[in-house]
Design a protein around this ligand. Structure first.
Ligand SMILES: [Zn+2]
Ligand SMILES: [Zn+2]
Length: 233
């Protein structure tokens, strides 16, 4: 509890005054300075139009992939990668408004009946971290309905860092459960990063099985994988 309060306090201080740019480490008003922001790369021209992956044909977007569209702000490299690390693992919550605003700009205007659901953390992870970074990133999307408890983690899943690709896919299988309320609804999932796609895949699958009409996703970053990421590929 003490460390959680300390983290939130450090985050708040950084928001109010100055923080180090995650790219160049210079003191700055914003967690990413304008010169580092200008250097954030775009997706390659040949990126998958559906999920922004770098492989064509895309191994993720088979007809079985339950997401119809993934919107992503930037490739998961450099400054954006460091920003997401800072937000998730260093308690730098002042990064969330900056990143969330860029994600909101990336999202085309959706009809007002779309429901926004940030990817939930397990109870244990939420306790450890003190906040759900996906929920913080979704704050600028407040024009859409964001009901609580429509999607949750069935059980605690192991951390994905350092696990093999297949283990990552299977380790999170059936991890999500969706409420009846999703039936017939169009859902936009929000998460920080799409790496293998396993988290978004299983979350979207749970929503579709509960009757969601369509599922799309908005992420801050999309990893550009050099290998086959998806068992359906
Ligand atoms: Zn910088
Ligand atoms: Zn794709």
């Amino acid at each position: 509890m003490r460390s959680r309060l300390r983290r939130l306090w450090v985050g708040l201080l950084a928001t109010c005054f100055q923080c180090r740019c995650v790219g160049c480490r210079k003191w700055n008003r914003s967690p990413v300075c304008t010169s580092c922001e200008d250097r954030i790369p775009d997706f390659p021209e040949h990126a998958c139009p559906r999920c922004r992956g770098s492989q064509m044909p895309c191994p993720l977007c088979s007809p079985l992939f339950p997401l119809t569209q993934v919107y992503a702000f930037a490739p998961y490299v450099g400054t954006i990668r460091r920003a997401i690390h800072g937000l998730k693992f260093e308690g730098r919550i002042e990064i969330a408004p900056w990143l969330g605003a860029r994600m909101a700009e990336t999202l085309p205007r959706l009809e007002s009946d779309w429901i926004v659901l940030p990817i939930p953390l397990s109870t244990q992870r939420l306790r450890e971290r003190g906040y759900n970074q996906a929920r913080l990133l979704a704050v600028p999307l407040r024009q859409y309905k964001m009901p609580e408890k429509w999607l949750w983690r069935r059980r605690s899943t192991l951390t994905q860092v350092g696990q093999g690709r297949i283990a990552r896919w299977e380790g999170i299988r059936d991890a999500f459960e969706a409420a009846e309320g999703v039936k017939g609804k169009r859902i936009l999932l929000v998460d920080d990063v799409l790496t293998t796609g396993s988290t978004l895949y299983w979350a979207a699958k749970a929503l579709k099985e509960a009757g969601a009409a369509e599922v799309r996703a908005l992420v801050a970053a999309r990893a550009q994988l050099m290998h086959k990421a998806h068992p359906h590929g």
